[in-house]
Design a protein around this ligand. Structure first.
Ligand code: UD1
Ligand code: UDP
Length: 367
């Protein structure tokens, strides 16, 4: 009988990074695979599932507007328990640091089912930044049996924490696998036409610890730049969180140079990243994709768990203060030498074969 793999995720970035793994398992056919989505995200998750043509066997549909960490944790924990009891998987895959990943790992721990953690080892060692993700990933590491680390650099965190060497595998990041299937050099869209002849800046923001005042500071800096530079066009696909939208409409609304739009599907977003001048974000995944596309990223956070991008020179941590974000944008727009230097940094996140490596390891050790 084939071993049973359950792949669990719930948000947009997990979906983008887990769909390549689902596809790889299905392509090789040596394991039985089922997908369970918590539905922590709704529309943003649907966009990814449709793009990659993945149909989950289980959908817990837990999202509600303005959900709290209590809502997500409790609903996911109980929902996943029922799936585990019904399907009885031999191994459960979770990804990264979301509350879906944490609650799923906890459910597995309670039922003593082994967990494989994809994108393991990332750390800031500041439990409140990012919040609650730093806690989630440390807790998942405690519960996981297999740790699939994207880079050697972050695998060292796991070693320092005392994980057994033979439970850690360095695989690259599956986000590069996804990018390989989406980016086309001849991509054109209504947005590329709108921005033609100008420098396009992509903006995203959603982190829980940035909601409220920090986000207002971030958006004020962005507005100032849009008003100062005639040749700049800014595109902000807004996270559906009502708190993000309120700040975006209030500070960034009503400018001809800024477009506030619905979240893009990953195909359009990846291609627009490839097309843009630089990116301003507090996102995690975008920090990994940008180096592969040679695009500078100004990271609107005080910490990052992605030191590879900082070391390579693609990322610059600019905090959430209006002044520091404004100065960093000006530097990138005015100083072509500095800009080029950031563009030429190497991609530390692998060759796009991370999913293949993970499946080969599981087949080798688990069959
Ligand atoms: C979650 C993850 C975060 C990840 C992010 C990726 C946790 C605690 N947070 O944060 O680690 O970086 O996803 O985007 O796991 N909403 C919708 N439709 C959607 C998605 C969200 O309407 O498809 C709205 C809802 O009002 C929801 C709110 O956004 O309550 C916040 O969603 P939630 O998943 O709680 O937090 P994120 O900030 O998305
Ligand atoms: N992304 C997308 N559409 C958008 C904005 C982002 O598909 O409008 C993708 C992006 O390419 C990356 C992922 O979403 O792969 C990042 O998700 P997010 O920033 O929501 O979460 P994080 O990575 O911070 O956890």
């Amino acid at each position: 009988m084939k071993k049973r793999m359950l792949i669990v995720f719930g948000t947009r970035p997990e979906a983008i990074k887990m769909c390549p793994l689902v596809k790889e398992f299905c392509k090789r056919g040596k394991m039985e695979v089922r997908v369970c989505v918590s539905g922590q995200h709704r529309e943003m998750l649907k966009q990814v599932l449709e793009l990659f043509d993945v149909v989950p066997e289980y959908d817990l549909k837990i999202m509600k507007p303005g959900q709290s960490l209590f809502d997500i944790t409790s609903k996911a924990l109980v929902g996943i328990r029922d799936v585990l009891v019904e399907y009885k998987p031999d191994l459960v895959f979770v990804h990264g640091d979301t509350t879906t990943a944490f609650a799923s790992s906890l459910a597995c721990f309670y039922l003593q089912i082994p967990v494989a953690h994809v994108e393991a080892g990332l750390r800031t060692y500041n439990i409140y930044s990012p919040f609650p993700e730093e806690f989630n990933r440390q807790a998942i590491s405690l519960m996981a049996k297999y740790h699939f680390a994207p880079t050697k650099m972050v695998s060292e965190n796991l070693i320092k924490e005392g994980k057994a060497q033979d439970s850690i595998y360095i695989t690259g990041n599956t986000v590069i696998d996804a990018l390989k299937t989406t980016v086309r050099n001849d991509y054109k869209s209504e947005i590329t036409e709108w921005a033609k002849g100008n420098r396009l800046i992509l903006i995203t923001a959603h982190r829980r610890e940035n909601l409220g005042e920090p986000m207002y500071h971030m958006f004020h800096a962005i507005r100032k730049i849009a008003e100062e530079y005639e040749d700049v066009r800014m595109l902000c696909p807004m996270h559906p969180n009502p708190k993000v939208r309120e700040a975006a409409y209030k500070i960034l609304g009503g400018s001809d140079r800024i477009r506030l739009i619905e979240p893009l599907n990953a195909y359009d977003f990846h291609n627009l990243m490839n097309h843009c001048y630089f990116i301003l974000t507090d996102s995690g995944g975008i920090q990994e994709e940008a180096p592969a596309l040679n695009k500078p990223v100004l990271v609107m956070r005080d910490t990052t768990e992605r030191p590879e991008g900082l070391k390579a020179g693609t990322l610059m941590l600019v905090g959430t203060e209006e002044g520091s974000i404004y100065s960093a944008c000006k530097m990138l727009l005015d100083n072509i030498e500095q800009y080029q230097k950031m563009c030429q940094a190497p991609n530390p996140y692998g060759d796009g074969n991370a999913s293949k490596r993970i499946v080969e390891i599981v087949e080798r050790d688990f069959l």
